[in-house]
Design a protein around this ligand. Sequence first.
Ligand code: HEM
Length: 411
Amino acid sequence: MFGLSTPPLPALDLMAPEAISDPQGYFAELRMRQPVYWDPRYRSWLITSYQHTAEALRDERFSSDRIDPYIRKKLSGPETDPLVRQAFEVLSGWMVFKEEPAHARLRRLCTLAFTPQSINALRARVESLCTELLDAIPSSYEFDLITQVAAPLPSIVIAEMLGVPVADRANFERWTALVSPLVSTGLDDPTRYGSVASGMASLVEYFTGLFARYREAPADNLISALLRAAEDEDALSEAELMATCTLMLFGGHETTANFIANGVLALLRHPDQLAMVRHDQVDMKHALEEFMRYDGPGKTVVRVAREDFEFAGHSIKAGQRIFLILSVANRDPAIFEDPERLKLDRGQVRHLGFGSGSHFCLGAPLARLETGIAIPQIVKRFPGLRLAQGPLKWLPFLGTRGLRELRLLAS
Ligand code: HEM
């Protein structure tokens, strides 16, 4: 009769400093007590357990099509800046926001670039690029791993894959940086629209020129391959080409930089595992999946309910937003033994860091190649590598788990 009632859950704030610095810790109680939870503050569902997240990723009632409705609802009025609308229209063509059959068609046209053979052909180039970037860091020196190695590596690789000439790279990087908050932070921040729109307009103009150039003189790159596909029956429109090229650009850029940096940070916090990587005592194929499970860069993906339906005993209504918190699902003790520890020799790790189902990350083989080369090279190059003084600053983003900088001492 006097049984203890369960205390209510503390109020949650997805953007609270603790939720940003340690999402896995912050949401652990929620995952245990209410793995499918209606958050009144964000007017959204939060899904945090592995099982429910995996199910939702594969369930078509959780729709990925959320940009077109946003454009219709918020950006259709005459007061909308045409450049802002253009930026969102490019985004709305991304396959990651498409439903079938449009999604499968776009994906099929890009898969050739990501076969194991195509990715393996990049190995030597990625190795030498990584060596060059590391050579530029003097030893006994404090440096930011992100700006000096982790970010330039994937960004140069994807620019080369697409066919962006070296001379254009600085401008290309600048515009990409302007647009990137749109991709990383979600859509609810109109204060950033101005710079995002101008960055996207410059990218659109630049890619239009590049399409014309490779139409005239095809070369061995992804843009030429997509243009060839555009001449087939299943033609890609100019807008679809633009969407696909920008998706490749953003999909593979900051995510991979954070994969590398989060992995190095995890190693510095687990010296026994660091020693194993330094002495080639781990199978990197499995170790990469454990880095992703432990603290991967893909923190959250968003879905919208396509219709009213029941899920895990809850009534989800058409149009409601759902956050699938991958990084919290990846530490679910119901699935992973001792989930709070990085154990590079776990063997097979079935994490959700690259998503699951039809939208499973197309670029995963490339991200694995780059990170699998970068992490061992970095820790072997500097045997006394350690964290520099000062607090770690995590980016206040919902979608991505990444550091603003990772200052290290090279010795
Ligand atoms: C560690 C790095 C990466 C992480 C953590 C990551 C994560 C993800 C996730 C979680 C999804 C699924 C999104 C959803 O279901 O809504 C996804 C999709 C996608 N990613 Fe990645 N990604 C990474 C690297 C890359 C790279 C290097 C590329 C390409 C160059 C890329 C291209 C894509 C594309 C095209 C999709 C959409 C696939 C589809 O809709 O069918 N990603 N990624």
